[in-house]
Design a protein. Structure first.
Length: 543
């Protein structure tokens, strides 16, 4: 049985892996039959960054090595189809697919795309509906808006369109595992053009440019499987009869009949999520996290994490920070983008929302991350006395008021309000701002006027806490660009064990918009599992 050896030094090229593994195990090199790299990660603790690896190893005298105890502190055994295999996520193929089973998937983000892929490979005649355009159209429209050549599009932007919000993001797909359904997701990303290194890197990173390159081959594969893909098409209603969904209605007035509808509309499709509630799907308001993007020179982060004078071959440094005081609001950094940029991320006109993204090379001068504070449904009710407190979509109104205020604060020209971290901490407004990466410009503002007072103290305390881990975090070079309001959906739909709505049969609310995911991988997994749930509900596969 193969052995997995962890904490082995890794060098570029990996030419001497057998020798390094043999040294770790105190055996001769000829005792090591095969060595395969399964994961590598950068250990930057103690300002002494070095690469460490996990290898799958076959030995000539495995029993003797294990009995010696030399490897006991840094190895474990698995089968080939175990933690780093893909058997559990293998495609399902249904013989003689029933003619009456014609699922519809609404939304071409990670949840919708992977649900569609799984169903299509099983033999289903899937219709995939996306209100935005294919990725080529999205890139053209987004770049045109940023450069002042075209108007903002509410249907084709950084949020809507093929690939979903993840298309314009850092593309981090961090997870410790590569088995089962996760293995299926990662392998398919590689099949469609991702760097095979994502199978081995513990902090796998695609980059927005690489994501854009993956989507067209995935689209073509879906079409080969017979998927009817309809871009620039918006679902306006669910056709429900006696608690059962019979299909969808489109903005052109037409109707598509279906026995199952997968709603993968994303966390910003407020009209679609409201429509789902109005159609009878049970949902509840849920907590979110809100704040701003903080931007620093990447070099400052590199020095803080690696120490001064490190090799230029090291990747741009990153961080993940949390602030969890007992009995108080928690805060944390989110979606850190080394060598990235802060970007506008609203799908509504006259609103300002920011997010972060980076290209595969992560070559920008700046690093950015969200600094966000937890907000609960009780905050929505307290801050919105004029809104029905029982409305499950109350969080949308809470977000929207901040986003509209940010638009006004930015001069009503899509610029983002911004403030030096040092000025925010001492409640000083009006200071000059350094250059930032935000493509539509920033306006010096008092961010305490933008956010509810209940967030001021926790955000300030968190920033000071983060400065202890990243010296310079609260220094003059740090800039807060606001607001980051859409890290997660403020509404969650109730589902049964098959991920189907508990109140409207035949509807599967999935992904970030449904309140069950928070990124590319978790959304893709949610789509896969809902597709499996559908097959189980129809009796088309075993559990």
């Amino acid at each position: 049985m193969p052995i997995l050896i962890s904490n082995v030094p890794w060098l570029e090229g990996d030419h001497d892996a057998k020798a390094r593994v043999a040294k770790c195990l105190s055996v001769e090199v000829d005792q090591v039959l095969t060595v395969r790299l399964v994961k590598k990660s950068l250990d930057a603790r103690h300002k002494n960054p070095n690469w460490r690896a996990v290898y799958r190893v076959e030995l000539r005298n495995e029993e003797d090595v294990l009995a010696s105890g030399v490897a006991s502190a840094r190895r474990w055994t698995v089968r080939d189809e175990g933690r780093y295999g893909f058997a559990d996520g293998a495609p399902v193929r249904v013989k003689n697919w029933p003619a009456e089973c014609r699922p519809i998937v609404v939304g071409a983000g990670p949840a919708g795309l992977f649900a569609t892929l799984f169903l299509a490979e099983a033999g289903a005649p899937v219709t995939l509906i996306e209100r935005g355009g294919p990725v080529e159209d999205r890139v053209r429209d987004v770049n045109g808006f940023w450069r002042g050549r075209s108007e903002f599009s509410e249907e084709n932007n950084l949020v809507f369109g093929e690939g979903g919000a993840g298309t314009f993001s850092d593309g981090k797909i961090y997870t410790r595992r590569r088995d089962g359904e996760l293995g299926f997701v990662f392998q398919r990303l590689v099949d469609f053009g991702a760097d095979p290194e994502v199978m081995r890197e513990s902090w796998a990173h695609l980059g927005t440019d690489k994501i854009r390159a993956i989507l067209p081959p995935l689209r073509e594969r879906l079409r080969e499987l017979g998927v009817d893909i309809r871009f620039h098409t918006r679902v306006t209603d669910l056709h429900v009869e006696h608690g059962v969904c019979r299909g969808v209605e489109l903005s052109d007035g037409s109707r598509i009949t279906s026995d199952a509808v997968f709603m993968a509309v994303g966390h910003s499709a407020r009209d679609s999520l409201r429509m789902m509630v109005d159609a009878g799907l049970e949902a509840n308001a849920c907590k979110i996290a809100v704040g701003a993007r903080v931007e620093h020179p990447q070099q400052m982060v590199d020095v803080a994490q690696y120490g001064a004078g490190q090799s230029p071959d090291l990747p741009p440094a990153s961080y993940r920070l949390t602030y969890s005081p007992e009995g108080k609001r928690r805060a944390h950094t989110f979606c850190m983008c080394p060598g990235g940029m802060v970007v506008p991320a609203s799908n509504h006109a006259e609103r300002v929302v920011v997010n972060g993204m980076s290209f595969a090379a992560r070559g920008s001068y700046w690093a950015n991350s969200a600094v966000i504070v937890e907000v609960s449904p009780t905050d929505f009710v307290a801050d919105l006395p004029d809104v029905d407190p029982s409305d499950p979509c109350i969080g949308f109104e809470w977000q929207d008021r901040i986003e509209r205020a940010a638009y006004v604060m930015g001069g009503c020209e899509d610029s983002a309000p911004a403030q030096r971290v040092s000025d925010f901490l001492v409640n000083r407004s009006g200071g000059a701002l350094p250059k930032t990466s935000y493509p539509l410009g920033v306006v010096s503002s008092d961010l305490r006027e933008l956010f509810p007072e209940s967030l001021h103290g926790p955000m300030s305390d968190a920033l000071r806490s983060f400065n202890q881990d990243i010296p310079g975090f609260t220094g003059e070079e740090g800039v807060l660009i606001a607001p980051e309001t859409r890290t997660t959906s403020p509404v969650q739909f109730t589902r049964d064990e098959l991920q189907q709505s508990t109140t409207v049969a035949g509807v599967f609310p999935i992904g970030e918009g449904a309140g069950y995911a928070g990124g590319i991988v978790s959304s893709a997994l949610d789509g896969l599992r809902a597709a499996r749930g559908y097959l189980l509900a129809k009796g088309l596969t075993e559990p």
